[in-house]
Each structure stands twice: as structure tokens, then as C-alpha cells.
Ligand binder design. Structure first.
Ligand code: ASP
Ligand code: MG
Length: 422
């Protein structure tokens, strides 16, 4: 069994969907579970729809019609024959969305969010599955909500691994015991014991691929992307990037944790536990090798860089000039956890504690206000956080040209630098 994951960019238009069929034709006779995301930027559009519906921010029907039009165009190009049953099926699916936005909002925004936003993957998989069948790539459409079970933490569903394993064995694994071929299913979605829809957090389709790989004991997972593999830096911020041939699970976890966006951070651990290799390959050049993440021990051959912009550095010290003690730290971290503020890097001295966090205008002002009750809070905005895995002094010097270093935290393999332009 192989797991293939196709993200939004790989199904963003009719050409892209045709390309998925071509890639699958490279693997005749294999058992493959194809995990598909919503097409293009549809998840963002559905988030807008949810806000339009819930907060009346804009006209929900208009937003929905944009989404409908975008899919209709792809559908018309893939299925010029208007009598093909997929046309009726997709328009029926949109009727569900029409109904959803006619109802009154529920008390729980996140519940409504998952109900609406999840439709992106339902629609994309229906179109992709129908097109593949049309193109001679026989496959079965599968509703992943009957396999991956979560609690009811809407928008951030926590997977119930035991129940998921049971359902995958009972339905999917037993299907593959008697059938060969391709199954097409949704990334990002889960179901609850009461049959409600949940999502696994933005960009969660990689994680879906890992969950299905783990529970089916797959031989590998391939994430098909619009880049040649995992690079040592984001080309958006860096001119000279290099493709990494091979990465250890440990390095991949660290890179994803510090904010490399190629792979969703939750993806690696389940694969590492079963030593299932993860391949990151280009859907434009499927013949090329890409990057393999597996059980090697060797460190990366070149330093890897992760940039986060829009950082705020908070320096927090007790108002009474006492030292920073354990109970202060515990108070602060409780506050961060309550407010869902992620600490990107931290450092403490006797009288002050510093953290760099994302400048989120919905969270920061309130956070500072609360901290100011007991602490003096200095803050510095408009900063960058640079993380270098396998650093050396030369690379530190290179990335900090023209910058002032406000905070530097070094461990054996990783350095984190909070900097501002000089
Ligand atoms: N469609 C979802 C998102 O854009 C999940 C994914 O693409 O991984 O967040
Ligand atoms: Mg996406």
C-alpha cells in the first residue's frame, strides 16, 4: 500500500487534475490511497463563507456563488458532457451548502466552521475521483469521516487512534484484503462518534496521509508538491536554496516544529513510529527523486534556515525587582496556554524573562494588559526570528548582515536569533 497526498495546488485547475491522473498512471496495478485537499485556495474561501454566514461580515450567498463558479469551471473543462452524472452530484453537494447557510448559526462557531469548511474536500474528492474513473484510473471514493475518528474539538480534532485503527481495519483494510486498486479520500477531515464532521487544523491533509499510512501499515507516503522536494530554506526569503536528498525523522520534526511549512508538524511522528518513509516529490516532475525522510542517522549536509517575520519580543520582569522564580514562569505559561499564544523562542535571566511570539493583533494587546498587572513588560515589534539547524558561525554572520541581534539562543544543533534591521 502506498499513500499519495495531493494538496490544493496540485488540484487547482482542470490541467492540474489531469496531471494527477497522469501521475497515477505511473503506478499501474498498485494499491494506493489518494488523499486530496480542497482545490486551490478553496479552504480560505470557505473560511470567508463561514464568517459571512456567522458574523454577517459579507453576503454569504455571493461568497458561495464565487466558490460554486470556480468549481463549475473546472468541472466543465473536465466533463464537457453536461449529462455526466458528476454534474448532478456536485450540484447536489452545493445544495447542502445552500442549506447550511440558510440555517441559524449554532452557538459554537467552530462547529459551524467544520461543517462548512469541510465541504471543500468533499467536493474536490468527488470531482477528482470521477475524473480519474473517466480517464481510466479506476478508483473508489471513500468518506474519510467513517475512518478517522476525533473528539469534538472542532477545528483542531484530536485523533482517537484506537477507534480509528479499529474502523480502518474493519472497513479499509478489509476492503484491500479483497480488492486491488485505488481509493480516493479527503484530507483534513475527521468524524465524531455522533457523526459530526471535524477538521484536523489548517494544512492538516499531510497529517491525514500519515494517519492512514500508520493504520494501514503502508510502505510509504508521498506528498506531491509544486517544489522539487524539501529545500534547506524557503525560496521566498532566500536566494540560494538547496534541495535536501534525505532527512532523518528527527530533523524533519525539528524543522517542521520551528516553522518550516513544507510538512505539517504532526505528520512525522506516526510515520517514525512505524518507520514508514515519507517522500516529498514534484507533481510537475514526478520522474525526479525529490526528498526522502526516513530512518537515517546522518545530520543534514548543509545548514537549514527557517524565517518567521512579524515577531514581537516581550521582556517581562517582576514589578517589585524580585528574581524570576518558578512560580512566575508557571503563571506566565498558564497565561500563554489559556490565550493560545505559541512561544517561538524563550530566554531567561535573573530579573527578566523574554519570549518571541507572533504579532497577532487579536491576542497580543490583551496578553500584554494581563501581564502588566504583575510585571513590567517591554516589547519590541517588527522583528524576525531566524532559526538555523546545523548552524556554524559563518552562516550566522551571513544571515545577520545589516541586522541587530536582540536575542540568541543556541543549542547543540540549532540556533535561534531574534533580529531587527539595523
Ligand atoms: N484544505 C486544508 C487547508 O487548506 C487542508 C490542507 O490543504 O492540508 O488547510
Ligand atoms: Mg490547502
Amino acid at each position: 500500500m502506498k499513500i499519495f497526498k495531493f494538496g490544493g495546488a496540485s488540484v487547482k485547475d482542470a490541467e492540474a487534475v489531469k496531471n494527477v491522473a497522469n501521475i497515477l498512471k505511473y503506478f499501474p496495478g498498485e494499491n494506493i490511497i489518494v488523499v486530496v485537499s480542497a482545490m486551490g485556495k478553496v479552504t480560505n474561501a470557505l473560511e470567508r463563507l463561514t464568517d459571512a454566514f456567522y458574523y454577517k461580515k459579507e453576503n454569504a450567498e455571493e461568497v458561495l456563488n464565487e466558490i460554486r463558479k470556480y468549481h463549475q469551471q473546472i468541472l466543465d473543462q473536465l466533463f464537457p458532457d453536461r449529462n455526466h452524472p458528476v454534474h448532478v452530484e456536485i450540484s447536489n453537494t452545493f445544495v447542502e451548502l445552500d442549506w447550511a447557510i440558510e440555517e441559524d448559526p449554532s452557538p459554537d462557531y467552530n462547529y459551524d466552521y467544520d461543517k462548512i469548511v469541510s465541504m471543500g474536500e468533499i467536493i474536490s474528492t468527488k470531482i477528482v475521483s470521477a475524473y480519474l474513473n473517466e480517464a481510466g484510473v479506476d478508483n473508489k471514493w471513500w468518506d474519510v469521516r467513517g475512518l478517522i475518528q476525533t473528539d469534538n474539538a472542532y477545528r483542531e480534532g484530536n485523533v482517537d487512534w484506537a477507534l480509528t485503527q479499529y474502523l480502518v481495519d474493519r472497513h479499509l483494510n478489509s476492503y484491500f484484503a479483497n480488492n486491488k486498486g485505488i481509493v480516493v479520500t479527503q484530507g483534513f477531515l475527521g468524524g465524531t462518534s455522533e457523526n459530526f464532521t471535524t477538521t484536523l487544523g489548517r494544512e492538516g491533509s499531510d497529517y491525514t496521509a500519515a494517519i492512514l499510512a500508520y493504520t494501514t501499515n503502508a510502505e510509504s507516503v508521498t506528498i506531491w508538491k509544486d517544489v522539487p522536494g524539501v529545500l534547506n530554506a524557503d525560496p521566498k526569503w532566500f536566494d540560494e536554496t538547496q534541495k535536501l536528498e534525505q532527512i532523518s525523522y528527527q530533523d524533519a520534526i525539528e524543522l517542521a516544529y520551528y516553522g518550516a511549512t513544507v510538512i505539517h508538524p504532526k505528520t512525522i511522528k506516526p510515520l517514525q513510529n512505524k518507520k514508514i518513509p515519507l517522500l516529498v516529490k514534484s507533481f510537475l516532475h514526478p520522474e525526479e527523486k525529490g526528498t526522502i525522510i526516513n530512518d537515517v542517522q546522518s545530520p543534514l549536509p548543509v545548514p537549514s534556515f527557517i524565517f518567521k517575520i512579524n515577531q514581537v519580543l516581550l521582556s517581562i520582569s517582576p514589578k517589585d525587582f524580585s528574581f524570576i522564580m518558578e512560580h512566575n514562569l508557571s503563571e506566565m505559561f498558564n497565561l500563554f496556554a489559556e490565550r493560545q499564544v505559541k512561544v517561538n523562542v524563550m530566554q531567561n535571566s535573573a530579573i527578566s524573562f523574554s519570549v518571541s511570539i507572533d504579532n497577532d493583533e487579536r491576542k497580543l494587546p490583551e496578553l500584554i494588559k494581563t501581564l502588566q498587572k504583575d510585571y513590567k513588560v517591554l516589547y519590541n515589534e517588527g522583528l524576525e526570528l531566524i532559526t538555523i539547524r546545523y548552524y556554524d558561525q559563518a552562516t550566522i554572520d551571513r544571515v545577520t548582515v545589516g541586522k541587530v541581534i536582540l536575542l540568541e539562543v543556541k543549542s547543540r544543533y540549532t540556533v535561534q536569533l531574534v533580529v531587527k534591521n539595523a
